[in-house]
Design a protein around this ligand. Structure first.
Ligand code: NDP
Length: 290
């Protein structure tokens, strides 16, 4: 399907970058957005702005959805008669929960459409770059049929048939990304309280957030259920997380994040893991807090 026509629905920063990438590669691009003015630049570059969602769906078999959440997906697609969805491939790159992705895939199937769920692992600046990746899940043969078109956006990585899988992997990515990035904002705030700028801690931050050796060390042990305390002990970890908490408190900055981390370590201690590795927190985190 080289140079197949495509429709892009949702022109936030991500949808605009995607429509632009398709235009750059010579695809006929139809766009639709709730706020039509966001299409102005794309129209100047040759995109067609569909006046209705129905016409946007009618313009291409492949329809990229790049909306804020799945409520917005239903709000937008609900504007068109259900028959307009028949035969469409909905490349749903909208972030939301795995359950919502599965429900939407079934909703699409009832209307004769197929959903490919996607999780885009790059900011808009990485769209159109083969070094960027998007995780996909859904019917393999539909993915294969449209692979060449999807490659215009990023390198596509099909992970399985379950429409919730790409959404799950995306959320796993985001829990790590947001938590790690927030830890950096915390460090910058703590540094600032002592007169240090972000630039003063850049090399330290880069090293601290490069966790590869820890991930590679713990992965086989965690999968084997081995939480041996030969390398690190949770009791040490709790003391360390409390030092962080006290340093934040002494600096007069917000303590919510370090307090939350120390609280998880304390629950591990309460569960009897004092002499185990901090990897034993996986067992604690498997259940909701009681
Ligand atoms: P935005 O939230 O900026 O995109 C919003 C789009 O959704 C706009 O087109 C907006 O329309 C539309 N929208 C929201 N609510 C409604 C509604 N109720 N009815 C109709 N349209 C609605 O997100 P981005 O473009 O940044 O990202 C799109 C998706 O990609 C998100 O799910 C995001 O999580 C994901 N993503 C984003 C990344 C990024 O760096 N930006 C990185 C990876 C993934 P309007 O213009 O009218 O407001």
């Amino acid at each position: 399907s080289a140079n197949a026509p495509v429709t892009v629905i949702g022109l936030g920063p991500m949808g605009r970058a995607m429509a632009a990438a398709f235009l750059d590669r010579g695809h006929a691009v139809t766009v639709w957005n709730r706020t039509p003015s966001r299409a102005d630049d794309l129209v100047r570059r040759g995109a067609r702005l569909a006046p209705t969602v129905e016409e946007a769906l009618g313009a291409a078999e492949l329809v990229v959805l790049s909306l804020t959440d799945y409520d917005a997906v239903y709000a937008v697609l609900g504007e068109a008669p259900p028959a307009a969805l028949k035969g469409r491939v909905l490349v749903n790159l909208t972030s939301d929960t795995p359950d919502k992705a599965r429900t939407a895939a079934a909703w699409a199937a009832e209307r004769g459409a197929t959903q490919l769920t996607g999780g885009v692992l790059t900011p808009p600046s990485g769209i159109g770059d083969a070094a960027s990746t998007t995780l996909y899940s859904g019917p393999r043969e539909v993915f294969d049929a449209h692979r060449a078109t999807l490659e215009v956006l990023t390198t596509p990585d099909h992970r399985g048939e379950d429409p919730g899988l790409a959404a799950l992997l995306y959320q796993l990515n985001m829990v790590m990304f947001w938590t790690a990035l927030t830890s950096y904002w915390q460090a910058v705030a703590m540094a600032g309280a002592h007169g240090l700028k972000a630039a003063d801690i850049l090399p330290l931050a880069v090293d601290a957030l490069n966790l590869r050796q820890f991930l590679e060390f713990y992965t086989p042990r965690v999968d084997a259920g081995d939480h041996g305390g030969d390398v690190d002990r949770l009791a040490m970890g709790l003391a360390s997380t409390e030092h962080v908490l006290h340093t934040a408190a002494d600096a007069g900055v917000d303590t919510a994040l370090p307090a939350a981390v120390a609280a998880v370590f304390r629950r591990g201690m309460d569960a009897g893991h004092a002499a185990d590795s901090s990897s034993s927190l996986v067992e604690v985190l498997k259940k909701p807090e009681t």
